[in-house]
Design a protein around this ligand. Structure first.
Ligand SMILES: Cc1cc2nc3c(=O)[nH]c(=O)nc-3n(C[C@H](O)[C@H](O)[C@H](O)COP(=O)(O)O)c2cc1C
Length: 170
């Protein structure tokens, strides 16, 4: 599958088959997280691959009861490492570490799609609750949850703006 095809065909998946993700496929997802670019190559991000059902239940409750999360065989909890502040000050804290995490997630979502998996970026959750559930060190800020698994149902494409609306040429 070409990259553009993956970009165009990926959908947010909110229902998953119970099938586990094989080890080599998990390795590809993790490599995608790692190989994304980052500010100053500081890689100010850390990920937790949550498989434990009880933990997933607690995380789903912290995510406004988005219970589809529980049925994904793995939920990536994607965290910014705020230690970047030492290098880049407020811009590192407010922008770079967030972008570092976002680039990793997008790369991983595309590799997941290429591998026949579905994912969904979940941003609506209580950060403090998730930090507590996973006993995160204080320098890690959970930014996104990404459940991943084999899709049970693939939804229709969602609408997009036109090229003209998206990009102004000057
Ligand atoms: C920053 C961000 C936060 C999101 N939060 C949620 C969420 O909490 N729950 C959810 O079901 N989808 C969430 N989504 C997925 C969007 O709803 C979805 O990407 C959008 O509707 C476009 O659909 P598509 O991904 O199938 O192309 C989020 C996506 C992004 C990028």
């Amino acid at each position: 599958m070409g990259v553009f095809e993956a970009v165009r065909e990926r959908r947010s998946i909110r229902s998953f088959m119970p099938q586990e993700i094989p080890g080599p496929v998990m390795d590809r997802l993790i490599d995608a997280l790692i190989w994304a670019p980052s500010a100053g190559n500081l890689q100010s991000r850390r990920f937790y691959a949550v498989r434990d059902r009880q933990l997933k239940q607690k995380i789903a409750a912290a995510a406004l009861h988005q219970n589809f999360i529980i049925n994904a065989p793995v939920v990536f909890v994607c965290c910014a490492d705020t230690e970047i502040r030492r290098h880049y000050g407020d811009r590192g804290l407010d922008l770079y570490c967030i972008q570092d995490v976002a680039t990793s997630i997008m790369a991983m979502m595309l590799v997941a799609h290429e591998s026949g998996l579905g994912t969904c970026w979940v941003g609506a959750f209580h950060e403090q609750d998730v930090a507590k559930i996973l006993d995160l060190p204080p320098h890690l800020r959970p930014l996104a949850l990404v459940p991943a698994g084999y899709p049970e149902k693939v939804p229709r494409p969602t609408p997009r703006v036109t090229r003209e609306q998206a990009v102004e040429i000057r």
